[in-house]
Ligand binder design. Sequence first.
Ligand code: FAD
Length: 308
Amino acid sequence: MAVQSIFVITDKADALAELCYGARKLADQVTAVVFGDRPAAEKAAACGAQTIFYGPVESCRPEDYCKAIAEEVRKVPSALVLLNNSIRCRCIAGTLGAYLNTAVMTCVNEISPEGGRIVCKRTVYGGSAVRSQVFTGAYGVVTAGNGIFGDIDTVFPAADSIAEIPGKPECAVRLVARNEKKGGGANLAAAKRIVDVGRGLAAQEDLDMCRQLASLLGAELGCSRPVAENNKWMPIANYIGLTGVTVKPDLLFSMGVSGQVQHIAGINKSKVIVAVNKDKSAPIFKNADFGLVGDIYKVIPELIKKLS
Ligand SMILES: Cc1cc2nc3c(=O)[nH]c(=O)nc-3n(C[C@H](O)[C@H](O)[C@H](O)COP(=O)(O)OP(=O)(O)OC[C@H]3O[C@@H](n4cnc5c(N)ncnc54)[C@H](O)[C@@H]3O)c2cc1C
C-alpha cells in the first residue's frame, strides 16, 4: 500500500506534532483530527497537517466521531490512519478499522516507505523478534508509540484549513460526568531525567527515598511493570517498557530493575543509563552506560546526601 494521504488522530496534544511530522515523511497530504473546540485546533495549527478537523467533546466522546471520520477518509482513494498508542486511540483504531473494512496494526514501533509500500514493524514474542507488515487494501489503520519518528527538525506553516469534523458524532454511550484525575501527571515521554524503579524496592513506603532522589535530580519517577501492575505502588501510566511508556531522557537512573527485554524496549532510547543492581549478572548492565553493583538501599541515601 502506497498512500497519498494520512489522517493523524490523537487524544494527546503532545503526540500530534510528532505524528504529523512522521506522516509528512510518508505522504504529501496530511489531515489531523483534534478532539476539542476550535481554539484547541487553532493551537495545533502548525502541527504539520495541511487540514485540521476538530470535534468538540463537551457532550460526547472522541470515539463517537469514528463514523464521521471514516466518511472523510473514504473521500480519498487511499489513506493510512495513524493514531497514538493510548487505550482510547486503540479503541478508535478498532472502530475505524470496522468502518473502513480494513485491518488495524497496533503498537507499531517503525513505519517506513519501502519499495513504494508503507511497511509497519512491531516487536513480537515479548521483544525477541520483529514483524514487518503491509496493508494490502486501499486503507489501513495503525497505532504507534511515541518517539518513533525522531526529533522534529522542521517548522511547518499553519494549516490551510481548520474546520469542524463534517458529520455528527454518534453517541452510543451518554457522557454523564468528567472528574479530574488526582495525582500522577508525570510526563515520562517528555522527561529529560528519569529515576526508574524496579522490584529491587522492598516496600511501597521506600518510594519516598526514590521520590526524594528524583526531586533532587529534577527527574520524573517511572517504574517497571510489576511495580505498577502487580504491586500497584505507582500509577499504570508510570510504567516503562514494551507495553508501557517509551522514554528518551538524557539521563535515566535504573534502580533495582533487572533489565528484561520488555523493559529495555522502553528505555533503550535514553542517552545515558546508569544502573544500580545488587546482582552483577543482571541483564540491565548490558544496556547501561554506567553500572554499579550495589544495594539501592545504600546507594540512593548516599546519592541523596551528596545532592542535598
Ligand atoms: C508480554 C509482556 C510484556 C511486558 N511488558 C513489560 C513492560 O512494558 N515493562 C516492564 O517493566 N515489564 C514488562 N514485562 C515484564 C518483564 O518481563 C519483567 O518481568 C519486568 O520488567 C521485571 O521487572 P523488575 O526488573 O522490576 O523486577 P525483577 O525482574 O524481579 O528484578 C528486580 C531486580 O532488582 C534487583 N534487586 C533486588 N533487591 C535489590 C537491592 N536492594 N538493590 C539493588 N538491586 C536489587 C534484583 O537483583 C533484580 O535484578 C512484560 C512481560 C511480558 C510477558
